[in-house]
Design a protein around this ligand. Structure first.
Ligand code: UD1
Length: 426
């Protein structure tokens, strides 16, 4: 399957954002702690969610998708404590089952998730946290296990505010004896969402959204229904799409408070944004060019690394030169090699990219190297002259619920083409 995109000028209309991938995956994993079935709504229909459902089923839990787009997770049948190696390699978020399994069953063993297309992604901080809670950690031949007869609350200071480590430690500490304090915790909205879910199960967690999270261990947890927050990265992708292609869109089901870093940067480039309660309206006159702007990605509430590639696509068509510093995943610039094939001028030096805006990009044949890098190529193609064909779109389908379909709703000319059929016909 490839995407065929014809640069078609300004976009307009309405689009609705799905539930947050990065909240849904963690809350699905945290459901392993529940005492009964949990009905989760706002779960996006994306490949990563299917992978997490596969991980949970492999452990013996029920993960049932319902007609209305929700999933029921019942962990009462869990009888295996080793997540599928194949799925852990496919999706790093699979390791989020470690905290809940360790807390509930005193053991977990998994394949090390390793690096990925945006650079090395270690899990040392997850493991240090489990060790501080009293688990015995063993790492050998690419596998890691954690074992504890009983976890005990502890003071844990994270070297860097890792989102995944904060969440994994938070779930592990829910059933530990006594109090756990996580300092220098990540402050992402998805962590608040996970805290809210766990507290609905009966956990006692305070402070998510700040850099200090306090967890008072409880004996057991119950069950609950829960709706996950909207996806701020998907919303940010649509906002940036309007910046790139011009036009006006109302983006529904978004929390403007979660978008402040992007909103302020887009305004700096000349994009007009109206913030509603659960929506934003984004406007950019197609006749004027964007102004260049510098960004440095940082943990929340700084500029999100997951919108860096899309923002670079916008800056590649701006008037002037932008300096982009990647402060979270230093190797996250692979997609710029593809952008330059469209005529973009981007020079990468380590964690810095210098983007010199050009008046036009041209369509060509590209390959999406990763999820957000793939989204950036789609955005650039919307504004490019001529036709762009993008392969590797399974990366994009991992994390966006029908991004091509939603962009079509805004008037983009974008279609999926089955290349195997095309070849057979040829
Ligand atoms: C999550 C998001 C991802 C987002 C990232 C940063 C999910 C499924 N993924 O990834 O989309 O880009 O947050 O907002 O929610 N680090 C260590 N040791 C560790 C853990 C992390 O050194 O044990 C480093 C990483 O290499 C990276 C930094 O910490 O440089 C931040 O990574 P982290 O916040 O953990 O990202 P993820 O949770 O993997």
């Amino acid at each position: 399957m490839i995407l065929k995109i014809t640069g078609s000028g300004p976009l307009s209309g309405r689009v609705t954002v799905s539930g947050a991938k990065n909240a849904a995956l963690k809350i699905m994993a945290a459901s392993l702690l529940a005492g009964g079935p949990c009905r989760l709504t706002g779960i996006p229909q994306i490949a990563d969610v299917n992978t997490m459902a596969g991980v949970l089923r492999g452990l013996g839990a029920v993960a049932d998708f319902q007609q209305d787009g929700c999933v029921i997770i019942d962990p009462r049948g869990v009888n295996r404590l080793e997540p599928s190696e194949e799925l852990v390699i496919r999706m790093r978020a699979s390791i989020q089952v470690m905290g809940p399994l360790l807390a509930r069953f005193g053991y977990v063993k998994t394949r090390q998730p390793g690096g990925c297309n945006i650079g090395p992604r270690p899990i040392d901080l997850h493991l240090k946290g489990f060790a501080a809670l009293g688990a015995e950690i063993k790492e050998e031949c690419g596998y890691v296990s954690a074992k504890a007869s009983a976890l005990k609350g502890a003071e844990i200071l994270l070297d860097v505010p890792s989102v995944g480590a904060t969440e994994n430690i938070m779930t592990a500490a829910c059933l530990a004896e006594g109090t756990t304090v996580i300092r220098n915790a990540a402050r992402e909205p998805e962590i608040i969402d996970e805290q809210n879910f766990l507290n609905r199960l009966g956990a006692n967690i305070k402070g998510a959204g700040t850099d200090t999270i306090k967890i008072e261990g409880v004996k057991e947890l119950g069950a609950t229904d829960y709706t996950v927050i909207p996806d701020r990265i998907e919303a940010g992708t649509f906002m940036t799409a309007i910046a790139v292609a011009g036009g006006e869109a109302r983006i529904e089901n978004t929390i403007p408070e979660h978008q402040q870093a992007l909103i302020s940067k887009l305004r700096e480039t000349g994009v007009e944004i109206i913030e509603g309660d659960t929506y934003v309206i984004v406007r950019r006159c197609p006749k004027t060019r964007l102004r260049a702007s510098n960004i440095r990605t940082m943990p929340y509430p700084g500029f999100p690394t997951d919108v860096q590639p899309q923002f670079v696509a916008a800056m590649s068509l701006s008037e002037g030169t932008s300096e982009i510093i990647e402060g979270v995943f230093p190797l996250r610039f692979k997609y710029t090699e593809e952008l330059t094939k469209m005529g973009a001028k981007v020079t990468v030096d380590g964690k810095q990219a210098i983007v010199t805006g050009v008046p036009t990009l041209h369509g060509t044949t590209l390959e999406a190297p990763d999820l957000r890098g793939g989204a950036a190529l789609i955005l650039a193609a919307l504004a490019a002259e001529g036709v762009t064909e993008i392969s590797g779109i399974d990366h994009i389908d991992r994390g966006y619920e029908d991004l091509p379909g939603k962009l079509s709703l805004l008037g983009a000319s974008i279609e999926r083409i089955d290349v195997t059929k095309k070849r057979q016909a040829g």
